[in-house]
Design a protein around this ligand. Structure first.
Ligand code: TEU
Ligand code: CA
Length: 518
């Protein structure tokens, strides 16, 4: 699928670079490792990759604390490795999209170092959000905002001023009202576009503008760092759309480039504003990430997004998992039950109209790993005073082959997070040989998706379905049915193209989805 709107129904595959594949054997994934696994990604059948950050970073937040946005961290390789990856992916018809982190920089970025050395009120400080504190000696933070990783969103510097960080203190928020900031991000976008990058994933796109006067927020409704899809005044402020329009103008100066927003905006209509014709191309729909296993909840999530996105002429963007959330098989109960539900959810995700984002390991049916305390690295663990386990459990390196850790991930035997011995059963190697594996299901589904034009179109109609089931028609000849309940129901008429669990007779088993030719 080429052309200027290749992204509309594309299947994107998210790579968490530290965890995907290790090319030099030091136990940490890297760009060479990704290039070496392109054959696998082609076999899987994805259209595009999204690489989480691989930029120069002190790694206070897994690389989302960027100290040089136009260079590669030595941990991951160098710019020549990036260029080689882009060229090799393009040879295989796979697009490369990358993260851009516009809300904050690393505290080690030259700008922040200059801001610390400069005086309050200086142009160096005006690139960030510095304020005087409240109280007699300014010892009270400028407002009551919490940071996403726990604690206050304000950090004090030696001269007494405070700076805003919505995430870790090592991630000072930049001030998008300063034209120097937008000019710098325009430079960063062009730097990567000029190297052939096909698009961007815009990190925390909903935080780029802050409310005027930085007022206190209402903390009575606040449910802590993990309450993602709730509105509070730190996020989704109207001023950010002007910045998204800058992104779009830059992208439109190149051919066939795109951007997807990461915006945890609970209201579908508000979220649709991010994908107006002069803003981003796509924006993740996180309602399926937050959805409990229930046909009714899935249906509401799907309906809400379809209605709002159709209104603005943008496709929906379906996500089940990413590097920030517990993997969906675990959310659905884990074990055999979680696996069955995860496979069924995949057949739903891959048959909805719009774009799809898979997270590396989804296709293997991986679960979250319950890591020992000593292994935990995510800042949420430290900053929550060890009350949150953090996000390392969904970031464990992928098992490629062999019968014991590190399963072909690096040669050192010391992957950056420990890999469970049980993963011997779910390596890529083991699953490729097994027609009934989750990997084989994804491969088949992606193949059928490629072949059937109705799956690239927007046609979608709900069908009647029994309790705790979903059914929808995609074009004249294709029906998708999901039984999210615990009892088998009558199978809708049609010839089975794909089933997420073994089906015999005329029943659709519990926790199963099918694609039917009618
Ligand atoms: O995440 C944005 C976000 O909203 C975070 O709250 C995130 O969901 C986290 O799970 C909260 O526990 C993006 C990135 O995806 C994330 O990895 C980064 O840590 C964050 O931005 C800061 O750049
Ligand atoms: Ca490595």
């Amino acid at each position: 699928q080429g052309g200027s709107d290749w992204w509309r129904a594309a299947v994107f595959y998210q790579i968490y670079p530290k965890s995907f594949a290790d090319g030099n054997g030091d136990g940490i994934g890297d760009l060479i490792g990704i290039r070496e696994r392109l054959d696998y990604l082609q076999l899987l059948g994805v259209d595009a990759l999204w690489l989480s950050p691989f930029y120069k970073s002190p790694m206070a937040d897994g690389g989302y604390d960027v100290s040089d946005p136009t260079d590669v961290d030595p941990m991951f390789g160098n710019l020549a490795d990036y260029d080689a990856l882009v060229a090799a992916a393009h040879e295989r018809g796979i697009k490369i999209t990358i993260d851009i982190v516009p809300n904050h920089l690393s505290d080690q970025h030259i700008w922040f170092q200059q801001a610390l050395a400069a005086a309050p009120g200086s142009p160096e400080r005006a690139r960030f959000i510095f304020r005087d504190g409240k109280g007699e000696d300014g010892e009270v933070p400028p407002n009551n905002w919490p940071a996403m990783f726990g604690g206050s969103a304000w950090q004090r510097v030696p001269d007494g001023q405070w700076y805003l960080h919505l995430f870790a203190p090592e991630q000072p928020d930049v001030n998008w009202e300063n034209p120097e900031v937008s000019a710098e991000f325009e430079r960063i976008l062009r730097f990567w576009l000029d190297r052939g990058t096909d698009g961007f994933r815009v990190d925390v796109a909903h935080s780029m503008a802050k409310p005027a006067g930085l007022p206190d927020m209402d903390l009575t409704e606040y449910e802590g760092p993990n309450s993602q899809l709730r509105h509070d005044l730190r996020f989704d402020n109207d001023g950010l759309h002007e910045h998204l329009r800058m992104f779009r103008r830059v992208l439109d100066g190149y051919s066939n480039r795109m951007a997807v927003g990461e915006a945890w905006v609970p209201d579908d209509e508000r979220l649709a504003m991010y994908v107006r014709p002069d803003e981003l191309h796509l924006t993740f729909n996180f309602r399926l990430v937050e959805a409990e296993w229930s046909a009714e909840i899935f249906q509401a999530a799907i309906d809400g997004s379809l209605t709002a996105m159709t209104e603005v002429g943008a496709p929906c963007t379906w996500v089940l998992s990413n590097h920030d959330v517990v993997r969906h098989n675990s959310r659905y109960g884990g074990g055999a039950l979680g696996a069955a539900r995860g496979r069924a959810a995949a057949l739903v995700q891959l048959s909805l109209p719009g774009a799809v984002y898979l997270y590396n390991g989804d296709e293997l049916g991986l679960e979250n790993v319950d890591l020992p305390d000593w292994a935990l690295q995510d800042p949420t663990w430290e900053r929550s005073g060890h009350t949150e386990r953090g996000r390392d459990g969904e970031r464990v390196p992928l098992p490629w082959e062999g019968t014991e850790p590190p399963f072909g991930f690096g040669a050192s035997g010391q992957p950056w997070l420990p890999m469970p011995a049980e993963w011997a059963a779910v390596t890529v190697e083991a699953q490729l040989e097994d027609e009934d594996s989750t990997l084989s299901l994804y491969r088949h589904a992606l193949q059928v998706r490629r072949q059937l034009p109705e799956l690239h179109g927007a046609t979608f109609t709900w069908q009647q379905a029994p309790e705790n089931c979903l059914a929808y028609r995609r074009g004249p000849n294709l029906v998708v049915a999901l039984n999210a309940g615990d009892v088998p129901v009558e199978m809708p008429p049609g010839q089975i193209l794909l089933a997420s669990s073994p089906v015999d007779g005329d029943k659709l088993p519990a926790n199963t989805a099918v694609w039917l030719r009618v």
